[in-house]
Design a protein around this ligand. Structure first.
Ligand SMILES: [Zn+2]
Length: 186
């Protein structure tokens, strides 16, 4: 089987997964640039429709106990993403989310040691709503309150902490109201 055949069969599978009818040429139309107040961020180079795949998140797989500011839980392990998606910022009202795809591999290894039908896991970034060209792409980091840091996302419903919503009460109880919110109310 040639590489071309392999990529075509993958693309067919991508197109077959509803509602993510995506075209390879539309992926990764993003760039990394400086934000106003949160270091680097990822920005859309073209409009993206709600539900569409923005791009595949590539990176290095680490053991489940690995921790970093960028890492994502993935396929019973942890993925340390590479650029550009390494630079996705958190927002309390995110416009994107990570989706773990489970794909059945149709390719047969030349040596025959990879059985057909093996499950492949991939991490993809998808749009949660329609996104305009030039908009910053953001996700909800969903961190435990123990790792929470003050949030500067500026969303009307900002939680104040980069913390998963169901642990926010616990976070406020243990760590108080962060400066970013205190400044706003004064
Ligand atoms: Zn926020």
């Amino acid at each position: 089987m040639t590489n071309n055949d392999k990529s075509r069969s993958f693309q067919e599978r991508v197109d077959a997964i509803p509602p993510f009818s995506t075209r390879r040429t539309r992926f990764d139309r993003v760039h990394v640039a400086e934000t106003n107040n949160r270091g680097l961020g990822v920005f859309a180079d073209a409009p993206i429709k709600r539900g569409r795949a923005v791009g595949r998140v590539l990176g290095d797989l680490k053991s489940a106990d690995f921790r970093s500011h960028y890492c994502v839980e993935f396929a019973n392990a942890v993925l340390e993403p590479k650029a550009p998606y390494r630079f996705l910022n958190h927002c309390c009202e995110p416009n994107c989310e990570f989706i773990e795809w489970e794909i059945e591999d149709q390719a047969e290894s030349v040596l025959g040691e990879t059985p057909r039908g093996r499950k492949i896991f991939e991490l993809w970034l998808h749009a949660l709503r329609d996104i305009q060209k030039g908009e910053e792409l953001t996700i909800d980091y969903g961190w435990s309150w123990r790792f929470a840091i003050p949030c500067k996302c500026g969303a009307p419903t900002c939680r104040g902490w980069i913390c998963r919503l169901d642990e926010l009460e616990l976070c406020l109880l243990n760590r108080g109201v962060p400066e970013t919110i205190r400044d706003k109310s004064s």
